[in-house]
Design a protein around this ligand. Structure first.
Ligand SMILES: Nc1ncnc2c1ncn2[C@@H]1O[C@H](COP(=O)(O)OP(=O)(O)OP(=O)(O)O)[C@@H](O)[C@H]1O
Length: 250
């Protein structure tokens, strides 16, 4: 679905990414974590074509949609009209209307289709945004910290909504987050990037089925392990590998 071959990127003299290679399978959910400013958003900008890599090659199949944290609903349109906006690819009006109702239901917004964004709670607005994004049926979703502005409780519920939505309509997802708990509970694979110029420091593949409880001991162990790798809480752990993850050091 997505392939990066030896991708490097500079902004003028600033080397941001160095020799990043990655293959993402169809339907896979890949989370990318790493130090602030290491180049995570740049990686998504390269995949979406906003930036061109200085070196290397990127290819992807199917339609692609990028969602940024700050992307909001259009305030002068109702929830239904906001979702409608991304459905121009559907051939008939009745298909578009049916798709809207389906996603209002999936995101538990039935009855709120005619509300304007300011008439919704923060969590409902996020669900409406998720409905808008997922109703568009993009094959590849690039999500850049989509939940980072939310309080913890709403973030938990949005993770759940995203899992439910992907169960209904599987998409390939590349998800950038600062939140290690979010990465570990959601992703099929977690990529840890190094300090800039970013390389892939390690790859972890949790074997637990999704949705994963934040209180599961294996989730906690993997978070601790990544904290160690990123040197956020002291030196990287030595000794045996976390049993449920594979680690590849490039
Ligand atoms: N358009 C640009 N022009 C020049 N430099 C840029 C541009 N975009 C990003 N940078 C720089 O590239 C580096 C990586 O930025 P990027 O936003 O990709 O990092 P990030 O890992 O997503 O950061 P954060 O975790 O803080 O969101 C930073 O030093 C940033 O200042």
């Amino acid at each position: 679905m997505l392939q990066l071959d030896s991708v490097s990127h500079h902004y003028g003299p600033l080397e941001v990414l160095r020799d990043v290679s990655l293959t993402v399978r169809q339907g896979e959910f890949v989370a990318i974590v790493g130090p602030s400013g290491c180049g995570k958003t740049t990686l998504l900008s390269l995949v979406s074509g906003v930036e061109r890599p200085t070196r290397g090659r990127i290819s992807h199949q199917g339609t692609l949609r990028t969602v940024y944290q700050q992307e909001g609903l259009l305030p002068w349109l109702t929830v239904r009209e906001n979702i409608f906006h991304g459905l121009s690819h559907l051939p008939t009006q009745s298909e578009r209307l049916a798709r809207i109702e389906q996603w209002l239901a999936h995101t538990r917004l039935d009855g709120f289709g005619d509300h304007y964004p300011h008439q919704l709670s923060g969590g409902m607005r996020q669900r409406a945004q998720l409905a808008r994004v997922l109703a568009g049926n993009a094959d590849l979703l690039l999500l850049d910290e989509p939940f980072s502005a939310l309080d913890y409780q709403t973030r938990l519920s949005m993770r759940h909504e995203l899992c439910n939505a992907l169960a209904v309509r599987p998409s390939t997802v590349v998800f950038v987050t600062h939140d290690l708990e979010e990465a570990v509970t959601l992703a099929d694979r977690v990529l840890v990037l190094s300090e800039r110029p970013a390389r892939i420091l390690s790859t972890h593949t949790p074997s637990l089925a999704r949705p994963r409880s934040t209180s599961h001991p294996e989730v906690g162990q993997l978070i601790e392990h990544i904290i160690g790798e990123l040197k956020l809480g002291g030196p990287a752990p030595a000794g045996p590998r976390v049993p449920f993850s594979q680690e590849l050091t490039s």
